[in-house]
Design a protein around this ligand. Structure first.
Ligand SMILES: [Zn+2]
Ligand SMILES: [Zn+2]
Length: 254
């Protein structure tokens, strides 16, 4: 099993997961051309994707999905709530499938476990994806950790974890008050410290990869994100990977 990122942040997201010949893309916030280029960097053709799994309807996650899926005839999976929120984008497309946020399902060799998260969208989910032996947990776009989220991420072999902002930088930054409230609120985004608290509160004994994702370009730095996660894991900061907006990160083997 292996995974890689096409890019991560408020300008667009995309993560590929592959095992046993099945490759899926989680979210696509990039235009068709850009997505093809980003996949090619990882040695992937659009035709090698078995499905696109959507987390929620915000543009940095779903914005590129309809055009890319239609162009390359790739099936799309999203929760009933997400599809209800963006039904018009998928009008006329036949291979669009809805699932319940608590419903586990399989795509080829991959076991897909969605889990509900608190975020300001209709029915947002994140995913734990496994191949029967190993499990990757993905968590971005969540305002505050819940006991359920921690239980879902506990015992994973790899984690891609949102480190959206440093609280001090957000509070002292130039964003309008209402936006600061939204980002820092229960249905907004995860701070470095909150991400560290999640790590400190779950079973990380199997963890071989940890990557900080969805970093704000205005309210965070790689160093601060790395420091928070490394502090929680008692590991060296260099061991913590960063999912960059432009380059994402290369393949990680599990
Ligand atoms: Zn986002
Ligand atoms: Zn979002």
């Amino acid at each position: 099993m292996r995974f890689a990122s096409l890019g991560s942040g408020s300008e667009g997201n995309g993560l590929v997961v592959e095992a046993g010949g099945t490759c899926v893309l989680i979210d696509c916030g990039f235009g068709v051309k850009s997505t093809v280029v980003r996949l090619a960097r990882l040695g992937l053709e659009p035709s090698s994707l078995a499905a696109i799994l959507v987390t929620h309807e915000h543009a940095d996650h779903v914005g590129g999905v309809p055009a890319f899926a239609a162009r390359y005839d790739i099936p799309v999976w999203a929760t009933f709530g997400t599809l209800a929120a963006v039904a018009i984008l998928f009008e006329g497309m036949t291979r669009v499938y809805a699932f319940d946020s608590h419903e586990r399902f399989a795509i080829g060799e991959l076991d897909i476990m969605p889990f509900a998260v608190p975020h300001d969208a209709r029915e947002p989910v994140q995913y734990v994806i496994g191949d029967g032996a190993r499990r990757l947990g993905v968590l971005t776009d969540i305002g505050a950790p819940t006991a359920y989220v921690k239980a879902c991420l506990s015992g994973c072999d790899a984690l891609v974890l949102e480190c959206n902002h440093d609280l001090e930088m957000l509070l002292n930054g130039t964003y309008p008050y209402s936006l600061k409230q939204r980002i820092g609120g229960r249905l907004g985004h995860l701070s470095n410290d909150a991400a560290g608290e999640i790590l400190a509160g779950i079973d990380t004994s199997r963890l071989t990869h940890i990557i900080a994702a969805h970093l704000s370009q205005h309210n965070n730095t790689s160093e601060l994100a790395r420091g928070a996660l490394a502090g929680a894991l008692h590991c060296r900061p260099e061991w913590v990977g960063i999912a960059d907006q432009e380059t994402g990160f290369g393949w990680r083997d599990l």
